[in-house]
Design a protein around this ligand. Structure first.
Ligand code: PHE
Length: 364
């Protein structure tokens, strides 16, 4: 046996014993430094090779190299074992109490507009409506012409509507003044039966306690071969009773006018102002009932169907549109519409909703 082999066997035995004995990662690291570190035993052996006679060097290099590899592998192996032991000890000592209530995150709230949209969509989804949407910048055709709104209609005036600069061909794009253009987009691209709900942003040049230049609407559209005015009324009455959570909510339909529906109506809900504040629901005993206008609706005008290449002899249906801010103000007692968009943190904390609240159809 060569002198190198004797050295190797001695060091090998000693190191393997130390590695086997190491019972935590720190001790193991000490063994690594003492053997493979800059001044470690194996490192010094490797260095000593340079001092040997040239004919001995190759063999000595091979012997020490295999020692280095063996010890490196033994260290890595033991390190893995110790880590696994450490982990199972931690798992055994730490416990998770799954019965603890969820921590409420105080950092943020759901905006009342988002909450209201979620509530409305939930109710209509249960009636079989699907959500559709469209762009905020619309063609004059989708926003007005296809909806049978004539050129002289006041909504087309500059002071009511935000127009984009005229294009070279003389046409103008608009910031949509209602969600009704999505009726057109849907009827042009899908064939009946259609049952959609369209929550979204709309724009008009208005600003006071009940109007903001940017606001939200939700539009509904049903087109098939059978749907009639009775369905319109039933659907909207169910919706309002559900949304306001008042089972015997009084409602009434007043004749009205929209160019895109015929006949058209406005729907009012009952409220009382007896006790100073406004309360949605049964009117006071005095009989002097108060009414609040809540939405516009009607049977889709056959001309609108025609504009979308839908045969009015075969298909009919209803449409409605309501303002989301207004509904939220009534339901949650928010007095000024402008506050929705002021981003006042005190207001948001007061009127906002917890992210953990599931918006549900109350009473459903
Ligand atoms: N688009 C109408 C508005 O903005 C509301 C409406 C929609 C009326 C659908 C009837 C049918 O006032």
């Amino acid at each position: 046996m060569s002198a190198q082999e004797v050295d190797r066997d001695k060091i090998r035995e000693q190191l393997l014993a130390e590695i086997a004995r190491a019972d935590d990662l720190e001790v193991l690291e000490d063994v690594r430094v003492a053997s493979l570190g800059r001044n470690g035993t194996i490192t010094s052996l490797m260095k000593s090779v340079g001092q040997l006679e040239p004919q001995e060097r190759k063999e000595a290099g091979r012997i020490f190299n295999s020692l280095k590899q063996e010890i490196t592998a033994a260290l890595a192996n033991k390190q893995e074992q110790l880590k696994a032991l450490q982990l199972s000890a931690r798992l055994a000592s730490e416990t998770v109490d799954i019965t603890l209530p969820v921590r409420q995150d105080p950092a943020g709230t759901i905006h009342p507009i988002s909450q209201t949209i979620d509530e409305m969509v939930t109710i209509f989804a249960q009636m079989g409506f699907v959500v559709a949407d469209g762009p905020h910048i619309e063609s004059d055709f989708n926003n007005f012409t296809a909806l049978n709104i004539p050129p002289e209609h006041p909504a087309r005036q500059e002071h009511d509507t935000f127009y984009l600069p005229e294009k070279e061909d003389g046409s103008r794009l608009v910031l949509r003044t209602h969600t009704s253009p999505v009726q057109i987009r849907t009827m042009v691209s899908q064939s009946p039966p259609i049952r959609i709900i369209v929550p979204g942003r709309t724009f008009r040049a208005d600003y006071d306690a009940t109007h903001s230049p940017m606001f939200h609407q939700i539009e509904g559209l049903v087109i098939d071969e059978e749907t009639h005015m009775g369905h319109l009324k039933g659907c909207l009455i169910d919706f309002c009773r559900n949304f306001f959570d008042v089972d015997d909510l009084p409602v009434r339909f007043r004749p009205s006018y929209f160019p895109f529906t015929e006949p058209s109506a406005e729907m009012d809900i009952g409220c009382s102002r007896d006790s100073g504040g406004l309360k949605i629901g049964r009117q006071g005993n005095s009989g002097a009932g108060d009414w609040l206008e809540i939405l516009g609706c009607g049977m889709v005008n056959p001309r609108v169907l025609q504009n979308c290449n839908i045969d009015p002899q075969r298909y009919q249906g209803f449409a409605f549109g309501l303002g989301i801010e207004r509904a939220a103000m009534l339901k949650y007692g928010i007095p000024d519409l402008r506050t929705f968009f002021e981003s006042d943190l005190r207001w948001l904390r007061h009127y906002g909703f917890s992210a953990l609240d599931m918006p549900g159809a109350v009473g459903a």
